[in-house]
Write a protein that binds this ligand. Structure first.
Ligand SMILES: *Cc1c(COP(=O)(O)O)cnc(C)c1O
Length: 356
C-alpha cells in the first residue's frame, strides 16, 4: 500500500503467472508452453524484419496478419474485418472484458477456469457470477440459461483440459442471443473443433485464440479474436483508445509466417497429442485419475498423495508442474506435455516418488 496508489490499484488482486525459473536443466512442465518450438519459417521471417525499418511504426491494423488468419480459415469464409489481433490473447481478452462484457448484469464463467477472468473483472469493475462445473468437472450448458451481461469460458477448459462439444456451445449461444458469448480457445488445436465455424450463424459469438500454445510462440505475444464485425469494431475502439500498435514489426512478421507454415503446425499438434496419450496412460498405470484432455496438458490426481506433496517432490528432481491451492482442485496436478524425453523423466520421477 502507498498513498500514491489509486483506490482501484489498492484493491486489485493481480494474476500470478506460472513461474519462469532461471535455473538451467529444469524440466519445465508448468506453463503449457509447446516443447516442439516455432516453425523455422517464423525465425527466418523475423530475421528478415531485423532492419532499418524498425525506426518506423508497425501497421496499426496488423492487416497482413488478419489476412493470413482469414486465409488460414478460408474454407469457413472469414473476412479480415472479422479478425482482431492483439499483444497475446491476454490483451485481446482484456479488451473483450472492457468492450463487450461490461454491462448491467453480472457475467458468467465457470468456477474452475482461467484465473485471469476474475482479475479482469477486478480491473474493469465488472460484476461476475461463477458457475460451478459438474462433479466430473464439465460445463453444463443448462447452467448458462439465466440473465447475464455476457459469458466466457475456455474450450478446452483450463486447467481441466476437458472439451465441450460444439453442439453444447451452440446450446449456450442459442440461450443467450442478447449477450456476447466468448469462447477462449487457447488449446483448441490439440484435438477440439473450433467454434469459428459458427461465427456466421451467431452474431453474439466471439472466439479468442493465441499463438502461444499450438504455434509455440508464447514469447512473441500474439493473440486474436474472430467474430461478427460489430464485435470486432468494439475491440478496435478499445484498442485505439489504449495502444494503437499492440503488435510490433517482428511479431507481425513472425505471426504471418506461423499461419503460412501449416505443415509445421499440424506436425507439432500431432506430436503433442501423441505424447498426451502416452503420458495419460503412464499416469493411469501409476494409479492416477486423469481427466480426459484435449489440451497440451493433463489434469490428474492420485488417490494416496496430495497435489502439493507430489509437486514438491518433483521439484526436488528438477521437474516443475503446476499445482493450484484452490477449492475442489487442490489434489490435482496440471502437467504440461513436454518432449518425449521430458515426459519419460516425469513418469519415471513420479514412479520413484510413489514407490518410496
Ligand atoms: C495461455 C492462455 C491464454 C493466454 O494466452 P497468451 O496469448 O499467451 O496471452 C488465454 N486463455 C487461456 C485459457 C490460456 O490458457
Amino acid at each position: 500500500m502507498s498513498k500514491f496508489w489509486s483506490p482501484l490499484v489498492s484493491e486489485l488482486q493481480p494474476y500470478v503467472p506460472g513461474e519462469q525459473p532461471k535455473m538451467a536443466n529444469l524440466i519445465k512442465l508448468n506453463t503449457n508452453e509447446n516443447p516442439f518450438g516455432p516453425s523455422p519459417q517464423v525465425i527466418e521471417a523475423i530475421e528478415r524484419e531485423l532492419n532499418d525499418n524498425l525506426r518506423l511504426y508497425p501497421d496499426p491494423e496488423g492487416q497482413a496478419l488478419k489476412e493470413a488468419i482469414a486465409s488460414f480459415h478460408d474454407e469457413i469464409g472469414i473476412k479480415p474485418s472479422q479478425v482482431f489481433v492483439g499483444n497475446g490473447s491476454d490483451e485481446v481478452l482484456a479488451h473483450i472484458f472492457q468492450g463487450l462484457l461490461k454491462h448491467e448484469r453480472p457475467i458468467l464463467f465457470p468456477d474452475i477456469s482461467y484465473s485471469f477472468y476474475p482479475v479482469y473483472c477486478g480491473l474493469f469493475q465488472i460484476e461476475s457470477k461463477v458457475i460451478p462445473l459438474t462433479d466430473s468437472f464439465e460445463i453444463n450448458p443448462e447452467d448458462y440459461r439465466q440473465p447475464n451481461g455476457g459469458i466466457i469460458f475456455p474450450n478446452p477448459n483450463a486447467p481441466t483440459g476437458r472439451y465441450l462439444g460444439l453442439e453444447h456451445v451452440e446450446a449456450i449461444l442459442q440461450a443467450n442471443p442478447d449477450t456476447v458469448v466468448v469462447v477462449d480457445e487457447a488449446y483448441v488445436d490439440f484435438g477440439g473443433t473450433s467454434a469459428i465455424t459458427l461465427v456466421h450463424r451467431y452474431p453474439n459469438l466471439l472466439v479468442c485464440q493465441t499463438l502461444s500454445k499450438a504455434r509455440s510462440l508464447a514469447g512473441l505475444r500474439v493473440g486474436f479474436a474472430v467474430g461478427n464485425e460489430e464485435l470486432i469494431e468494439a475491440l478496435n475502439r478499445v484498442k485505439d483508445s489504449f495502444n494503437s500498435y499492440p503488435l510490433d514489426r517482428l511479431a507481425l512478421a513472425g505471426a504471418v509466417a506461423a499461419f503460412e507454415d501449416k505443415q509445421w503446425f499440424e506436425d507439432s499438434c500431432n506430436g503433442v497429442i501423441r505424447e498426451r496419450e502416452r503420458v495419460s496412460k503412464g499416469l493411469e498405470n501409476l494409479g492416477f485419475e486423469v481427466l480426459p484432455s484435449k489440451a497440451n496438458f493433463v489434469f490428474a490426481r492420485h488417490p494416496r498423495r496430495t497435489g502439493e506433496d507430489l509437486a514438491a517432490h518433483l521439484r526436488q528432481q528438477g521437474i516443475i508442474v503446476r499445482h493450484f491451492k484452490k477449492p475442489r482442485i487442490s489434489e490435482f496436478l496440471r502437467i504440461t506435455i513436454g518432449t518425449p524425453d521430458q515426459n519419460g523423466a516425469l513418469l519415471k520421477g513420479l514412479g520413484k516418488i510413489l514407490e518410496a
